[in-house]
Design a protein around this ligand. Sequence first.
Ligand code: UDP
Length: 239
Amino acid sequence: DIPRTRYKRVLLKISGEALMGDQGYGLHPPTVQRIAREVQSVHEMGVEICMVIGGGNIFRGLQGSAQGMERTTADYMGMLATVMNALAMQSALEGLGVFTRVISAIRMDEVCEPYIRRRAVRHLEKKRVVIFAAGTGNPYFTTDTAATLRASEMACEAIFKGTKVDGVYDKDPAKHADATRYDRVSFDEALAKRLGVMDASAIALARDNNLPIIVFSLDEPGGFRGILAGEGTYTTVSG
Ligand code: UDP
């Protein structure tokens, strides 16, 4: 039985670290496959899905520049890392029989498609899972901002941010037993209290485009499908 959902088109944002499993670094294919199954189960509901995956499991520009690398070069390396993650997710999804396209903000024609908005929309209409790689294509941005940008361009109804915890808390629940979860929080409050939903530029862009961000746990099996069906616990960040 496939549950019903009110969503027609969504963007799933995950960090690169979500793909590394228990390792401290890189890609853990069984973990990638597990997340791919979560995506597949939402795809089965008839929802059009696009994805943005971070690159922090492989390289972060800020870390590189803190160690003396030129910042923009380090950021390009971070963007390239997201392409590797996108290809890993593509492989896992196609292994499950879900058709996909990887679309990169930095041209890499032998590897994946370039970003052409209308073409990406068409893929979604054809029920292909579209994985946006290379962030925004610009240094000094993050994949959270890329997620907000692409979700706006694709006219997604919401961004689903899959994390290790089931929403946004007033303090880090891993460190504080008395941390409490918000059911709903406004963009302005998330910004003012620095709640760690996403970075500030991403939250501001979501606010200006009226794009809700739903923060949920990707560690719960079936969690993504449940959230789309309106079950489970999560935090809605909205206007
Ligand atoms: N990055 C960038 N521009 C973008 C997106 C990403 O320069 O539009 C670089 C940046 O160096 C960042 C790295 O790519 O540190 C990996 O992305 P991010 O840190 O967002 O990954 P996540 O934390 O989600 O795994």
